[in-house]
Ligand binder design. Sequence first.
Ligand code: HEM
Length: 127
Amino acid sequence: MSQSELDLLDQLGGTDGIRRVVDEMYVRVLADPELTHFFEGVPIEKLARMQAEFIASITSGEIEYTGADLTRVHAGRGITRAHFSTFCGHLTDALEAKNVPSHAIHQVLGKLAMYSDKVTGSSNVDG
Ligand code: HEM
């Protein structure tokens, strides 16, 4: 594990801090008319737990993501790059609201951007 990975997880407030950020993000995502319909009938408690675990896993060498494959879980939902971008905007707002330093926010967003193809799948052409 590199020192910078350790630092990034720490700057997010560790696993508890990431969970608080993700909960804050879903308040915003579920209130957004562009996104809320994607989450109808979805158990948000489990989703938030798995998403926090995923973010912890990509910001620390020590945490293992144990959830479903990202391509499979998002496939066929019609999620475009525009949706992905709006979603990441809510994450940014949540990170700022929890006082995560801006350089750490940029690092997290850079890492998440690498997963946009998995989340948007073949609907990229429409996004
Ligand atoms: C950085 C971007 C994203 C990441 C890292 C991410 C990650 C995840 C993770 C880890 C899960 C849980 C998998 C499990 O239960 O094992 C999940 C589920 C889900 N995601 Fe995403 N996601 C992202 C963006 C989005 C976007 C943009 C949407 C919709 C606009 C979305 C919609 C969903 C839905 C609806 C589920 C629930 C699936 C179900 O439980 O039936 N995700 N995502």
